[in-house]
Design a protein around this ligand. Structure first.
Ligand SMILES: *Cc1c(COP(=O)(O)O)cnc(C)c1O
Length: 432
C-alpha cells in the first residue's frame, strides 16, 4: 500500500485527506488520478505496446462515471459496458461508440437497440434470443453488428463463489455443449446482419493465479480450431475477460499484468502456429485492477460502543450503502485513522456501518490508535465496486466522489441531496 503520511495525516495523491473530509464532507470517495493513469500505463507497457493486434477494454462497471471514462479515453483504452445506463454514461462522456464493447447476460431489446443505434464496436452475445433480437434490429436499421459469443468455459476459479462466473452452472455465457454452441455459431455465420468475430469468456474476479485463465483460453482455442475445421470460418477475435486481482490488504500478493498476459499470449501464439491458424485479436477486460487501489473512502467516526469482554464497535457515517462488498461476499479491507496516521495502534476495534443490518460491518478486529468520535477513518482499495454498488438503503445519501491529482482536488460526482432522494417519488393522488 502506498501510504503517504505527513503531519500525522494520511495524504492521497498529494492531498491531505483530513482536509478533504473537512472541505467536501463525509462519507467521501477519493480517487487518485495518478494511480488510475499508472494502471493504464502498466497495461500499455505489458500488453498493448508489447503485442500486435491486442486491446484492453476497461470493464467500467467497476467505476463508471463520466470523469473516469474521460481518463480511460485519454489513456487509450477501450471500454466495456453492461447496461443501457453504463452505455448512456459513456456516450454522454463523449466516448467513441466504436470503441465500446457491450456485455451482459440479459440485455433488453431497448438496450440492444440503443447499442446498435450508437454503433458500439462489439456486442458480446450471451443467448440465442439475444442473437435473434440483434439480427432483427439490424435488419430493420440496415446495419450489421459485430458480435462475439460469451462461452462458459467450465473452469472453477480460486476465488469467492459469489464472484466466480466461469463454472458450468452459471447464469453467464453459452454452454459448451456442441449442439447448442455450434448451432449458434452456424446461425451467426449464416445471418447476413451478423458479423461473427469470435469468442469471449470472463471466469471470475479477484484472481491471483493465472491457471484458470490459461485453462479457459485453451478451451477457447480448441473451439476456434473446430470452427475453422467445421465451418471453414476464421475467428478474428478472442476476449479473455478480466478478473486480475487487486490488493486490498497488505497480505494480498498482487501479481503484475505480465504474470497473466505473457503465458496467455504464449499459449495463444503457440496454438495458432501449431494449428496453422491466424492468431486472432486478443482483448482483455480488466475492471477492478484498474481502479481498486486508486480509491479510498473517508468516513467520520460516530458512536463508540464497548461490549465488555466481547468487542468494541466503532461506527462510521456510512457502511454497506457506500461499500456493500463485506456484506455481500465477505470482502476484507484495511484502513487507517487519517487524522492519526502516524500513531501506533493501541487497540483492536470493529468498524461498523450505520445501516440496519447485522452484516453491515466494514472491518472486523482492526488495530488502530486510540479512536475517538470525530476521527476520520480511511478505508483503502475501495475504488472498484464501491461507488458503483452504492445504494440508498435506509435512505442514506450516495456520497460525493473527488478526484485528486498532485495536491489538487475536484468533485466528479456531487453528494446526493434529500431533494434528489425524493425526485422520483409521488404522493398518492387519491388516498382512499
Ligand atoms: C466484471 C466483468 C469484467 C471485469 O472484471 P474485474 O474482476 O473487475 O476485472 C470483465 N468482463 C466482464 C464480462 C465482466 O462482467
Amino acid at each position: 500500500m502506498v501510504k503517504k503520511i505527513a503531519n500525522n495525516h494520511l495524504f492521497w495523491d498529494g492531498c491531505d485527506t483530513v482536509q478533504l473530509a473537512e472541505t467536501y464532507g463525509t462519507p467521501l470517495y477519493v480517487f487518485s488520478q495518478n494511480m488510475i493513469v499508472e494502471e493504464c500505463r502498466q497495461l500499455q507497457e505489458s500488453f498493448i505496446k508489447k503485442y500486435d493486434n491486442v486491446r484492453v477494454a476497461y470493464a467500467s462497471k467497476a467505476f463508471n462515471t463520466m470523469a473516469m471514462i474521460q481518463l480511460i479515453e485519454k489513456e487509450g483504452l477501450c471500454l466495456d459496458v453492461v447496461s443501457g445506463g453504463e452505455l448512456y454514461t459513456a456516450i454522454k462522456a463523449n466516448y467513441p461508440a466504436e470503441k465500446i464493447e457491450f456485455n451482459g447476460n440479459n440485455k433488453s431489446i431497448e438496450e440492444i437497440t440503443m447499442a446498435i443505434t450508437y454503433g458500439v464496436g462489439r456486442i458480446i452475445v450471451d443467448s440465442i434470443q439475444e442473437l435473434e433480437w440483434i439480427a432483427a434490429i439490424c435488419r430493420e436499421k440496415n446495419v450489421t453488428a459485430k458480435i462475439l459469443f460469451r462461452i462458459t468455459p467450465e473452469v472453477e476459479v480460486a476465488t469467492h463463489d459469489f464472484i466466480s462466473t466461469g463454472q458450468k452452472d452459471s447464469k453467464f455465457g453459452i454452454p459448451l455443449e456442441e449442439s447448442i454452441l455450434f448451432a449458434l455459431i452456424k446461425q451467426a455465420i449464416e445471418t447476413p446482419e451478423i458479423d461473427f468475430y469470435g469468442l469471449h469468456f470472463h471466469i471470475g474476479s479477484q484472481l491471483f493465479t493465472n491457471e484458470t485463465h490459461l485453462l479457459a483460453a485453451q478451451v477457447a482455442l480448441d473451439l476456434i480450431k473446430k470452427i475453422q475445421e467445421r465451418f471453414a470460418y476464421t475467428v478474428r477475435e478472442l476476449n479473455y475477460g478480466g478478473g486480475f486481482g487487486a490488493r486490498y490488504k497488505e497480505s494480498d500478493a498482487r501479481k503484475p499484468y505480465a504474470y497473466f498476459l505473457d503465458p496467455l499470449m504464449a499459449l495463444t501464439e503457440q496454438f495458432c502456429l501449431e494449428n496453422d491458424l491466424v492468431r486472432p485479436a486478443i482483448v482483455i477486460e480488466p475492471g477492478r485492477s484498474i481502479v481498486a487501489e486508486a480509491g479510498i473512502t473517508l468516513h467520520q467516526i460516530g458512536s463508540i460502543k464497548e461490549v465488555p469482554g466481547v468487542r468494541k464497535y466503532v461506527a462510521i457515517d456510512g457502511g454497506m450503502t457506500d461499500n456493500i462488498r463485506p456484506g455481500l461476499y465477505e470482502a476484507e479491507y484495511d484502513g487507517i485513522l487519517a487524522n492519526k496516521a502516524g500513531e501506533k495502534p493501541t487497540e483492536v476495534v470493529t468498524i461498523a456501518g450505520k445501516a440496519c443490518e447485522s452484516t453491515d460491518i466494514l472491518i472486523k478486529d482492526i488495530h488502530l490508535p486510540k479512536i475517538e468520535t470525530g476521527d476520520i477513518f480511511a478505508t483503502f482499495s475501495t475504488g472498484a465496486y464501491g461507488y458503483s454498488m452504492a445504494n440508498n438503503y435506509n435512505k442514506l445519501l450516495i456520497p460525493a466522489v473527488v478526484m485528486v491529482n498532485e495536491g489538487e482536488s475536484e468533485v466528479i460526482v456531487e453528494r446526493q441531496t434529500f431533494e434528489q432522494l425524493l425526485q422520483n417519488e409521488r404522493m398518492l393522488k387519491k388516498l382512499k
